[in-house]
Design a protein around this ligand. Structure first.
Ligand SMILES: Cc1cc2nc3c(=O)[nH]c(=O)nc-3n(C[C@H](O)[C@H](O)[C@H](O)COP(=O)(O)OP(=O)(O)OC[C@H]3O[C@@H](n4cnc5c(N)ncnc54)[C@H](O)[C@@H]3O)c2cc1C
Length: 283
């Protein structure tokens, strides 16, 4: 939708005339819910038809091949860890005032002044939508180049297009604290030279994600991990417990944390488990 508005603005004076086309945030979120809300029920029905039982709750290991979900102990010949990622803990005062990406995509109305902490693809994607919906947007990035893993030439073009949209993109800005004062939020940040403060109505956490494996009790199952996720061999099998596999954002060496990568890895794990013919992601 933001792309549609952007196209119409960029074609003004070139034969297309729709000068007041804007993005209506409330309508957009309402529309989004029409196709996201039915997904859990539909997925669960599909699982039931395929003979897959679903348990709701947080799972953790109780031995090498068993996990507990609430009061149920589930014993498997194999266990697949596919717990994804969560927002990184920043360890700054007032962190609890940050809005997560999930909460952002569920806002009924969009506040006027929005600050994104972190300059990755989530910040840029959301910043463009928010700016098209009329918000005043700032992106604060700690490093010297946003979207560090991406091609620098393409990133410069994106930053330029983002600034032309009215979004302020600031690099070398480390957010040191968040403060709530009545109906406004304050972002305390520092550059290399000085400390300063920005007022905002909403501050969004876009400062990185980490594998969601801390409360899985991996040590009980002898499943080794590294900072980036579960340690696996070429076949996505735990390097310390061959009964355990992992796929997606929870994997240490998965490369880009993206949906197609997670889907591809899930297919490989399923093949390795069901067909018993070791396959690895490069094949
Ligand atoms: C805002 C945002 C935008 C993104 N945009 C894109 C994009 O445009 N393109 C793209 O390719 N990727 C995008 N991604 C990344 C993509 O969402 C992930 O790479 C992908 O979802 C990873 O899939 P997964 O199955 O590993 O984990 P997830 O999809 O995160 O699923 C993991 C599930 O496990 C559950 N879980 C966690 N711990 C436990 C536990 N202990 N017990 C039981 N359940 C648990 C979680 O609640 C979650 O439901 C985006 C991510 C975010 C946050």
């Amino acid at each position: 939708m933001a792309e549609l508005v952007d196209w119409s603005r960029r074609t003004q004076g070139k034969g297309v005339s729709a000068p007041s086309l804007t993005l209506n945030w409330s309508d957009l979120i309402h529309f989004k819910r029409t196709f996201t809300d039915p997904v859990p029920k539909r997925t669960e029905q599909g699982f039931a038809q395929a003979g897959i039982t679903m348990h709701h709750g947080r799972a953790h290991f109780v031995d090498r091949t068993s996990v507990q979900v609430d009061q149920d102990i589930l014993v498997g010949r194999h266990v697949v860890i596919a717990t994804g990622a969560r927002h990184a803990t920043l360890g700054i005062p007032g962190e609890e005032y940050l809005t997560t990406s999930t909460q952002f995509l569920d806002l009924d109305t969009l506040p006027r002044r929005i600050v994104f902490v972190g300059g990755g693809y989530i910040a840029f994607e959301f910043a463009h939508i928010a700016a098209h919906a009329g918000a005043q947007v700032q992106v604060l990035h700690r490093g010297s180049q946003p979207l560090e893993k991406f091609d620098p030439d393409l990133v410069s073009l994106l930053v330029q297009a983002t600034q032309e949209l009215g979004v302020e993109v600031h690099v070398k800005r480390a957010v040191t604290a968040i403060e709530r004062q009545q109906d406004r939020l304050l972002v305390h940040a520092r550059t290399e030279e000085q400390q300063y403060t920005i007022e905002a109505d909403l501050i969004v956490h876009a400062a990185g994600r980490v594998p969601e494996i801390d409360d899985l009790d991996l040590e009980v199952a002898d499943v080794a991990r590294e900072q980036a996720g579960v340690s696996v061999n070429d076949y996505l099998q735990s390097v310390t417990n061959p009964a355990v596999y992992a796929a997606g954002d929870a994997v240490g060496s998965s490369g880009f944390p993206l949906t197609p990568v997670a889907g591809m890895q899930a297919g490989i794990v399923a093949k390795n488990l069901l067909e018993g013919q070791p396959t690895h992601p490069e094949l």
